[in-house]
Design a protein around this ligand. Structure first.
Ligand code: N01
Length: 542
């Protein structure tokens, strides 16, 4: 069901709306709903043929959210949160995609979205104060404002390994998985990559394949999910507590009520107390182990206590000591995203699984028959690339975003992304980013952060309408101040010390800049609200 569109052609003037929303994942869906409910005419665009964004594309085996469903869900509608039932503590991708579809239908959002349509360029005409968005079908839409809900992990990245196209078997990227699924029964499969996606997919592929080779460059830290079905009584109890849970989540760093804000240093308690706390957390099944003490992401010695705890767990779980040692992560826990798994380490105890340690034997090439490392060729029928994304900036920079007087996003961000409050970029008026660089988004419960961003944008547009203003743009000095603040906060932590996609380190040639705001959702919301209370301090209007 697509919005009837004016036929493209020289005689038809482009359609004009108040707001264009690019992307129909959780950010785009809520933006369409919220802005329409405030009386704005909106038009959504989505490259896929359905809603759900990340949950539409990432259909690999084992894909699930590693925040509990009770928290990773919309809070904007009491009816929605009461009527929807989650079957598992950590919902799997098909259930989250059903939820996104339910939201689209329940709030009548589908007719607002043009599916199978990618925006290729967006040009702001300063004279008319309008964005002109061009689609890959060749037609144009005019919009006063543009909301980029394009996702942070939506441009898949293949590694720069020669020979991929010479491979005679099938290959897949976890972030663009075939909708019909893949049957690996009886096949020799290779998985490259052991981030969150690889860690989730590997145990399930191992159960199907005749043999699985895992090609690991950097061992991750992964904690057990202890996933389980949610009994009805538990669901009823949390639904009664929803107002309390949502309010508590806003007062945390990660936007998850269950991740309490720590008050103590890891170094001010005894070793026995610390180990008991880590053990309890391990048995509880959450990624929030770095939130037990307030210096685990700030102090190397404190971090070593938790890193060592998990390293020892890996040694206990994997029977072959040599394989175990290769799986022991060496970076500081939490400086790259911590994974949550079901049976990940136990998978390496299976007879049909081989770990290939790329630190000892790097990949040299993909060949017609398989993968060649420094130790020789591994023959494969299929290769799975769990190799991640050009995160946070890749999707935005793939769109030619510019103004009629020559400002381009690519040039403005050539040394790394620069935003004011993570919401807008100087030089590109009326262009809003949802959970982009300079905001806490990717370090937090995305749905909570999405709601906060969209609510801010909706309030801003309503205020502008009331005051008869057509154009908003951050001032350069305000943006410089925010970027400096974001960098200073990151530099107080251990985050910039590891190579991660937060820093762009996974993409050769990408500027090395720590992109997310580490101050947490509570401090961030306060900063955004204060700017509004001070008459949109740091923004210029026309
Ligand atoms: O990608 P990644 P991902 N040769 O970039 C390896 C979210 N997410 O899709 O680290 C060999 O983390 C690379 O190795 P290295 C979550 O935010 C959430 O797994 O560069 N290996 C690494 O092991 C997550 O952080 C969920 O040395 C190569 C892997 O590929 C983000 O998405 C689930 C290589 C890439 O790991 C991205 O996760 C899944 C090469 N040339 C994802 N190039 C939830 O549960 C790359 N690698 C919510």
């Amino acid at each position: 069901q697509h919005t009837p569109d004016r036929a493209p052609g020289p005689s038809a003037p482009p359609r004009r709306v108040d707001v264009a929303v690019v992307g129909a994942g959780f950010g785009g869906l809520y933006a369409l709903h919220k802005l329409r409910s405030q009386g704005f005419e909106v038009q959504g665009f989505e490259a896929g043929d359905g809603v759900g964004g990340t949950w539409y594309w990432n259909r690999y085996p084992g894909a699930r959210c590693d925040f509990e469903s009770v928290e990773y869900s919309y809070s904007f509608s009491e009816e929605l949160q009461q009527e929807w039932s989650w079957s598992e503590r950590y919902a799997a991708q098909p259930e989250i995609l059903r939820y996104a579809n339910h939201v689209a239908d329940r709030f009548g959002l589908r007719p607002l979205i043009r599916f199978n349509t990618r925006i290729v360029s967006a040009v702001f005409d300063r004279a008319d104060a309008l964005w002109r968005l061009q689609t890959d079908a060749g037609d144009t839409l005019e919009a006063r404002h543009c909301v980029m809900a394009t996702g942070n992990l939506s441009t898949t990245k293949y590694p720069d390994i020669p020979g991929r196209d010479s491979f005679e078997g099938r290959y897949f990227h976890t972030g663009a998985w075939p909708h019909e699924g893949v049957d690996f029964s009886g096949q020799r499969v290779g998985v490259i990559g052991t981030g969150s996606s690889g860690v989730q997919a590997i145990p399930l592929i191992a159960r199907q394949a005749s043999h699985l080779h895992v090609f690991q460059r950097t061992p991750p830290y992964s904690l057990p999910a202890h996933n389980r079905p949610v009994p009805k009584e538990e669901e009823d109890a949390w639904k009664r507590r929803y107002p309390e849970i949502r309010a508590a989540a806003k007062k945390t760093i990660s936007g998850i009520a269950a991740f309490h804000k720590p008050t103590q240093s890891a170094l001010e308690v005894s070793e026995a107390e610390r180990l008991a706390a880590y053990e309890k957390h391990w048995n509880d099944g959450r990624t929030s182990i770095t939130r037990i003490y307030n210096d685990l992401l700030r102090n190397e010695a404190a971090n070593a206590t938790v890193s060592t705890f998990v390293q020892n767990k890996v040694r206990e779980m994997v029977r072959d000591p040599e394989v175990a040692e290769a799986l022991v992560p060496r970076h500081m826990l939490g400086t790259r995203r911590v994974c949550l798994d079901t049976d990940y380490y136990d998978t390496y105890n299976r007879d049909n699984v081989t770990l290939v340690d790329l630190q000892r034997t790097p990949i040299e090439a993909i060949t017609p028959r398989g993968i060649r490392t420094a130790a020789g060729e591994v023959a494969l029928d299929a290769i799975v690339f769990a190799t991640g994304f050009d995160a946070m900036t890749g999707t935005l920079l793939a769109i030619d975003i510019r103004t009629s007087d020559g400002v381009t996003l690519r040039e403005r961000w050539s040394a790394g992304p620069r935003t004011y409050l993570g919401l807008m970029t100087h030089g590109l008026p009326n262009l809003f980013l949802i959970t982009g660089p300079g905001s806490p988004g990717v370090l937090t419960n995305m749905i909570l952060s999405i709601e906060q961003h969209v609510d801010w944008v909706a309030q801003c547009l309503a205020d502008m309408r009331q005051r008869g203003l057509a154009v908003i743009e951050p001032e350069l000095a305000a943006q410089d101040g925010w970027v400096e603040h974001v960098n200073a906060l990151a530099d107080e932590t251990l985050y910039p010390r590891a190579n991660s996609w937060y820093l762009g380190a996974n993409v050769p040639g990408k500027p090395r800049v720590f992109m997310p705001y580490v101050g947490g959702v509570e401090a961030y919301r306060k900063a955004c609200d204060e700017v509004v209370a001070a008459g949109y301090r740091g923004f210029a209007f026309a």
